[in-house]
Design a protein around this ligand. Structure first.
Ligand code: ZN
Length: 460
């Protein structure tokens, strides 16, 4: 009996001890807590910040007794453990925190070539290429999937190995609103003798989307009737873009024998000479051609126009150094006088005479060879230039009216059209004019003005 009692007592004590130990373990374990979450995600390459633990045992902080171990590699995605071990008396308690290193960064797709491309409607776009790069998976270009959306745009999609997606769109706009380019072969103004045949020099056409745009030619030329005609070439591409170019065809009268063109350069002059010339022309009922400048008063140009003379363009400044310094300078000067004439008369004039004539050499001082360019360029721009074949000498050898008169009448020829160069800024020219007109009338010459049907007289 005694032995049994002892056994019971010993057992009770052991049980009590075990219960105390278990209770202590539970208490200890419950007092040992992780700061923060048990499962933490960090980005690839990111830093894991240790949050530590809290151990509050009988109001005593034992967290400094906790040993922390981890095997985290933030350069490699995966699941890692942080182990916290607390040794107290004969207890060893462990807690674990799970750290997951993830790749959450989206890859980047880079397009070669433009992201917005405008191409001809029926052209197949040849992809200029692309690249996909992910910070974790590196080059993943081979994972890119291409598709075409409802707009016809190219959609590039890629997913990295962790499932992060990226999308890029290349906008392919299929349109053509560019008109064909059409230009003339040969000159933009051509001269054809009446009753001869007109041969069209043709055109050159090209288009961005159409290899052979349709060209319609509208030709009104009638070589049997003297006049100014147009040939219009209209190019239309297969997307209905149009452009046109026009050629002027002048059908002129053959011959001109015994014709006199009185032409006056450099005016008008406000000092009386232009006025005197206009009075004589009016009295004799003769029409002349005035190649005007920007000098002199407007009312003289108005009077020349109103009295039926031809107003043509000479130069605005007559300053050779300016006019012939460049092609642009030449046209700026010409435009200025053209605008003046248009303002005064309402007419857009295209008959011109170069200062010094088309073969002058003075221009070479300012721009060598510019006349070769200008004589072609003025024609391309729709101007018609005239030189002369009879100089009155009033800008050179003559300083008196009798010299001008003698020079003109000695040079007149019945076998040609006589294009007489005079200057209405010279009073001695005005003084010679009446006698010149009388001589011409007495010798059967006919006076004409230059117009669009006049056969040009040119040095070259
Ligand atoms: Zn001149």
């Amino acid at each position: 009996m005694k032995k049994t009692k002892i056994i019971i007592i010993v057992c009770s004590i052991i049980l009590c001890l075990v219960a105390m130990i278990v209770a202590l373990y539970i208490y200890l374990s419950n007092s040992f807590k992780l700061n923060g979450k048990e499962k933490v995600e960090i980005n690839y390459g990111g830093e894991y910040k240790e949050l530590g633990t809290k151990v509050n045992l009988f109001n005593k902080d034992l967290s400094n007794k906790v040993k922390i171990k981890n095997n985290i590699n933030n350069k490699k995605t995966g699941t890692y453990k942080v182990t916290y071990t607390l040794k107290f008396l004969f207890f060893k308690i462990s807690k674990v925190r799970i750290v997951i290193v993830v790749d959450k960064k989206e890859p980047i797709i880079t397009l070669k070539g433009e992201e917005k491309i405008s191409i001809c409607p029926d052209v197949i776009y040849d992809d200029e290429g692309y690249e996909a790069y992910d910070e974790y998976d590196k080059n993943i270009t081979n994972r890119v999937k291409r598709s075409i959306d409802e707009n016809g745009f190219i959609v590039y999609e890629v997913k990295d190995l962790s499932g992060n997606k990226a999308t890029k769109i290349r906008e392919i706009i299929r349109e053509d609103n560019i008109a064909p380019t059409i230009s003339l072969k040969g000159y933009s103004t051509v001269y054809v003798k009446v009753n001869s045949s007109y041969t069209d020099m043709g055109y050159v056409v090209s288009d961005n989307c159409d290899d052979s745009p349709n060209v319609e030619i509208y030709n009104t030329v009638n070589t049997n009737i003297v006049g100014n005609y147009k040939v219009t070439y209209t190019a239309t591409d297969k997307y209905e873009n149009k452009s046109s170019v026009t050629r002027n065809v002048v059908v002129y009268e053959e011959g001109g024998e015994g014709v006199v063109y009185l032409t006056f350069d450099d005016g008008p002059s406000g000092s009386g000479s232009t006025e005197k010339i206009l009075n004589i022309l009016k009295q004799e009922n003769v029409k002349a051609t005035f190649f005007v400048t920007s000098n002199g008063p407007d009312y003289l140009i108005k009077r020349e126009f109103d009295e039926g003379h031809t107003i043509a363009l000479h130069t605005s400044t007559h300053d050779y150094g300016k006019v012939y310094s460049s092609v642009d300078a030449y046209f700026a000067d010409l435009n200025a006088v053209r605008d003046r004439v248009q303002r005064i008369t309402g007419q857009q004039v295209n008959i011109i005479r170069f200062p010094g004539g088309s073969n002058n050499t003075v221009s070479n001082r300012y721009n060598y060879g510019i006349m070769d360019i200008l004589t072609k360029e003025v024609v391309n721009r729709g101007y018609n230039y005239f030189d002369w074949n009879l100089t009155s000498g009033d800008a050179g050898e003559c300083t008196t009216s009798s010299c001008v008169y003698n020079t003109v009448v000695s040079r007149l020829s019945r076998q040609r059209a006589n294009m007489i160069l005079m200057h209405d800024i010279k009073m001695f020219t005005a003084d010679a004019l009446l006698d010149i007109i009388k001589y011409c009338k007495n010798n059967g010459y006919i006076f004409k003005v230059i117009d669009e049907t006049t056969q040009p007289i040119r040095f070259k």
